[in-house]
Design a protein around this ligand. Structure first.
Ligand SMILES: Cc1cc2nc3c(=O)[nH]c(=O)nc-3n(C[C@H](O)[C@H](O)[C@H](O)COP(=O)(O)OP(=O)(O)OC[C@H]3O[C@@H](n4cnc5c(N)ncnc54)[C@H](O)[C@@H]3O)c2cc1C
Length: 345
């Protein structure tokens, strides 16, 4: 079992972070570089070395919202060529774009350069960066930037990977679209598959805007979609060496289904293309069972200052209420184990 390190930075809102300058984002980039170095040290024997990154720690969430609106309107050509020109002209002046004002462009250019620093470092040190999915109204920008970075960094390894939130009705189609994109350019594709952490806020936002909710109505629908997404990826992995998945879940049924599917397709349990992950401190019995049976298992572990880590952990605790309630099951299992050992001696 290995750590999956993540930076704990929580985005600052109102006023947006870039209005204070680039210092906060620069320090988040430095922390990501530290995560990469620590992963090299801590996971020396791991076949695959992933780290987790929140894009809004590097680029302001309000800019992501503007870019997402541009993408949803279908104006992706100008944005795509702008990203490429920033990547190509690292120290030179970059062309202007119509959808951001001068201040916003300055921040976005700094942010893309920070990202390129992180991914270049990851490529050099053979680390994979799993980019978190966030709120639905900024995810289009996160996904667009990440898939454009894949073009630069994923020629020989899945250095940049996206996250798919299966509570989103659109998630299966987004996954298929990104898989096709990578196949078309003959590059590696990697997906972290989660159920999604912002359920309530997505619903409230949709209600306020009088729009259809982007998330499924029931947990059962989310589960069905999660299992469908995982099945699609594992099936693809059985015939495509350039496809990779991280099953990031505490759900016993989804984990068992994944294991059955891996076994039935004759895929090596220790394949570097299939990873499992749970949050540090949660569902340890599942993580241990997977590791004991030869699968590659990671525990998502936040690192950062106390000031930043506490709000991060509070948010995660709120999001994972159902999983934490299930940890009563973990405690029962631990008690059974202690008793069985005491009785044995
Ligand atoms: C390694 C790792 C990385 C993660 N990265 C991200 C990330 O990048 N982005 C992100 O958003 N989350 C992320 N998460 C959190 C994840 O999305 C889930 O919140 C968490 O893992 C709980 O889901 P589960 O599959 O473990 O468990 P379960 O307890 O089986 O499922 C709970 C989840 O089901 C969904 N759900 C519950 N009730 C309903 C309902 N009524 N209707 C529809 N859906 C419902 C919600 O998504 C809820 O979180 C990550 C989790 C892990 C372990």
């Amino acid at each position: 079992m290995f750590p999956l390190l993540c930076n704990t930075a929580e985005e600052k809102t109102n006023p947006s972070s870039y209005e204070f300058g680039e210092t906060w984002f620069d320090s988040n980039k430095d922390n990501m570089l530290k995560c990469i170095d620590l992963t090299c040290l801590a996971s020396q024997s791991a076949v695959t070395k992933p780290v987790q990154m929140k894009l809004t720690a590097i680029i302001d969430a309000k800019i992501c919202k503007i870019l997402s609106d541009v993408i949803l309107k279908g104006h992706t050509e100008e944005l795509g060529s702008w990203l490429q020109s920033i990547a190509e002209n690292r120290s030179k002046v970059v062309q202007e774009v119509s959808f951001l004002d001068a201040e916003q462009q300055k921040h976005a250019i700094c942010a893309i350069r920070r990202l390129i620093d992180v991914f270049s470092n990851a490529l050099k040190k053979q680390i994979n960066v799993l980019v978190d999915a966030e709120y639905d109204d900024i995810n289009p920008a996160i996904n667009f930037i990440s898939t454009n970075m894949m073009l630069l960094f994923n020629k020989n390894a899945p250095v940049v990977q996206c996250t798919y939130q299966c509570y989103l009705k659109s998630s299966y189609n987004s996954l298929r679209q990104d898989m096709e994109f990578c196949k078309h350019f003959n590059i590696h594709f990697g997906a972290k598959v989660v159920r999604g952490a912002y359920l309530e806020s997505e619903r409230i936002k949709a209600q306020k805007l009088n729009m259809e909710s982007p998330v499924f109505e029931t947990w059962q629908q989310t589960n069905k979609n999660y299992n469908k997404v995982i099945a699609k990826l594992i099936e693809e992995i059985s015939k495509n060496k350039k496809c990779h998945v991280m099953v990031a879940s505490h759900n016993k049924e989804s984990i068992e289904l994944s294991v059955d599917f891996i076994n039935s397709l004759g895929i090596e349990r220790s394949s570097p293309q299939i990873l499992f992950a749970q949050l540090y401190g949660l569902s340890d019995h599942l993580s241990l069972w997977l590791a004991k049976n030869g699968f590659q298992v990671y525990k998502s572990s936040p690192i950062g200052s106390v000031d930043e880590t506490i709000p991060y952990m509070i948010r995660r605790a709120n999001e994972n209420n159902s999983v934490i309630q299930n940890s009563r099951g973990d405690r029962t299992l631990m008690m059974q184990e202690i008793l069985s050992r005491c009785l044995f001696f």
